[in-house]
Design a protein around this ligand. Structure first.
Ligand SMILES: Nc1ncnc2c1ncn2[C@@H]1O[C@H](COP(=O)(O)OP(=O)(O)OP(=O)(O)O)[C@@H](O)[C@H]1O
Ligand SMILES: [Mg+2]
Length: 241
């Protein structure tokens, strides 16, 4: 089943946050999800620990290194519907290796020039793999930490730059939301947070749903009937709740 890797060689682009949103949303939909935490800082594993080490349908594999990656992926393929890899925000041989194993690479990019550089490095590596090794790995940029109220000049510049280079950018950006920060401190999923304490929780949940939906559509090439049916069922049951 698909291996989805989040990569940006600059730190703080929003990789781990995006991994968490996708992983928890897929688990909520009933898929078995493995997250391979290949960041020595272990931010994802720490969230999992804060969550009591138990999130329904999720297995977190910590301390994945360049030398153990292939084995951990093989283990994961045998049990999970989706394998998601969280990488550190640095240039490393691990990055190239993880890209090579991936069915889809997501490149979180903040709407600022520095961050776009880390994204550009990953895009260059993907191009190198395609040109030299004839390995074409589908990939998309996801814009992160986007201000919910204004479309900034910097963000528009990043979108234009990527479009001019024929890089696919997800329609759904990840918005800057308190819920996406709080969840790392509180643990659990967006569904477990208290809407009284966390502002705009409903909007954060909807953002995570739309993001996961678009990722699945990209990974599978289209919105399958199964996906559409699952979404209709979910919306109906939520409306009834
Ligand atoms: N959409 C968002 N809304 C609010 N805060 C966010 C959002 N995305 C990221 N952050 C915050 O920005 C910081 C960096 O995000 P994150 O850890 O996801 O980035 P990263 O790319 O995984 O970083 P690293 O390269 O260090 O692993 C964190 O404090 C996180 O809580
Ligand atoms: Mg991270």
């Amino acid at each position: 089943m698909p291996i989805i890797t989040f990569a940006n060689s600059k730190g703080g682009a929003g990789k781990t946050t995006a991994v968490l949103l996708l992983a928890t949303e897929l688990c909520r939909r009933g898929y078995r999800v493995d997250v391979l935490d290949a960041d020595p800082q272990q931010w994802f594993s720490r969230w999992h620990d804060v969550s009591g080490g138990k999130v329904r349908n999720m297995t977190v594999v910590s301390y994945v290194t360049e030398s153990s990656l292939a084995d951990r992926i093989a283990d994961s393929k045998a049990r999970a519907d989706y394998t998601i890899i969280d990488l550190p925000g640095v240039r490393s041989p691990l990055l190239a290796r993880a890209l090579g194993h991936s069915d889809h690479v997501l490149i979180p990019v903040q709407g600022c020039a520095m961050d776009a550089q880390g994204g550009a490095h990953v895009l260059e590596m993907l191009k190198f793999l395609a040109d030299k090794a004839k390995i074409r790995i589908p990939h998309s940029v996801v814009l992160t930490r986007v201000n919910p109220l204004v479309t900034t000049r910097a963000l528009m510049a990043v979108r234009q730059l990527l479009a001019s280079r024929n890089v696919h950018v997800l329609d759904t950006p990840i918005i800057e939301r308190a819920a996406f920060r709080d969840i790392f401190d509180i643990g659990g999923t967006l569904q477990d947070l208290d809407p009284v304490r966390v502002s705009n929780l409903d909007k954060a949940q909807e953002n995570a749903r739309a993001f996961a939906h678009e990722v699945l559509a990209r990974v599978w090439g289209r919105v399958t009937d199964e996906l559409a049916a699952a979404d209709i069922e979910r919306r109906t049951s939520e409306a009834a709740a």
